[in-house]
Design a protein around this ligand. Structure first.
Ligand SMILES: [Zn+2]
Length: 234
C-alpha cells in the first residue's frame, strides 16, 4: 500500500461571513465564522503530498480586508508533525483561491498540480471572483495541468468537482482508511450532510452535483474550513 499516513495540518484561521460558506440562508448573513485553514498531508512510500497550502502571508494591499489568526502557520504545523517544507514532493491544489495556495512558494522541491480549467480561469476570472485569485501567489509556481480524474500517486486521485470554481477538484485518498478531501465543495460539515451548497459560486447546479458526487464516493469526508473537525477520526 502506497499511502502510509494522512494528517490534517493548520495554517491558522481567517474570519469569513457565514453567508459565504452556506448559500441562501438569511440566518447566516452577517454572522462571522472563524474558518480553519486545513492543508492535508499524505505520506506515501516515495512521496510526501500536500493538498492545499493555506492562506500564507497576504500581500500588503489585501491584508486590510482579512482578519487572520496565525497563531499556527503551515511550516510550524509541518515541523510539529516531524516534516519540513523541503520534504514535500507534490502539492495538489483543490482550486487556486488565495486561501488555498498562500504558502505555495515554501515548497521548492514540489511539483504542483491543478485542473487545467482552474489554471486557465485563474488568469481571467469573472469580475465576481477576481479578488479571490492573487497574482502574487500564482506567479510564484509552475502548475502542471490535470484533466479530469487522475491518480497522481498510487492511492491518491483527483476528482473534478466544479461549482465553487470551474476547475475545482477534490482529492480521494485510499490507504488503510478512505478519505475524501472535499475542498470548498464542502467547507463545513453542514454542506455535506444537508447538501447545502457553498455561498461563493461560479455555478450552483454544478456545486450541488459535486456534493452528490462526493457523497457517492463514501469514505471519511474532510471539510476545508470547518473549525470543529481539526483532526481525522479513524
Ligand atoms: Zn477556501
Amino acid at each position: 500500500m502506497s499511502v502510509k499516513e494522512v494528517k490534517l495540518l493548520s495554517d491558522g484561521y481567517f474570519n469569513i461571513d457565514m453567508g459565504l460558506l452556506v448559500y441562501g440562508k438569511t440566518k447566516y448573513y452577517g454572522k462571522v465564522y472563524k474558518a480553519a485553514l486545513k492543508p492535508l498531508l499524505i505520506v506515501c512510500n516515495d512521496e510526501y503530498i500536500l493538498v492545499d497550502t493555506g492562506i500564507g502571508i497576504l500581500p500588503e494591499r489585501v491584508r486590510k480586508f482579512y482578519t487572520l489568526d496565525k497563531s499556527k502557520d503551515l511550516a510550524t504545523s509541518l515541523r510539529e508533525s516531524g516534516f519540513s517544507v523541503d520534504d514535500i514532493s507534490v502539492v495538489i491544489s483543490t482550486h487556486l483561491h488565495l486561501d488555498h495556495v498562500g504558502n505555495n512558494a515554501l515548497f521548492k522541491n514540489a511539483k504542483f498540480f491543478a485542473q487545467r480549467e482552474e489554471i486557465e480561469y485563474s488568469k481571467k476570472p469573472h469580475r465576481f471572483q477576481k479578488q479571490a485569485y492573487l497574482k502574487e501567489y500564482l506567479d510564484r509556481v509552475d502548475y502542471k495541468p490535470i484533466s479530469g480524474k487522475k491518480e497522481i500517486v498510487e492511492g491518491v486521485w483527483t476528482i473534478p468537482t466544479p461549482g465553487h470554481t470551474p476547475g475545482h477538484q477534490s482529492i480521494l485518498v485510499k490507504g488503510k482508511e478512505t478519505y475524501v478531501y472535499c475542498g470548498d465543495v464542502c467547507p463545513l460539515k453542514e454542506n455535506y450532510e444537508m447538501r447545502n451548497i457553498v455561498g461563493v459560486l461560479h455555478n450552483p447546479v454544478n456545486a450541488l452535483e459535486s456534493i452528490d458526487k462526493l457523497k457517492k464516493l463514501g469514505g471519511h469526508p474532510v471539510f476545508s474550513h470547518d473549525n470543529e473537525q481539526m483532526k481525522l477520526k479513524v
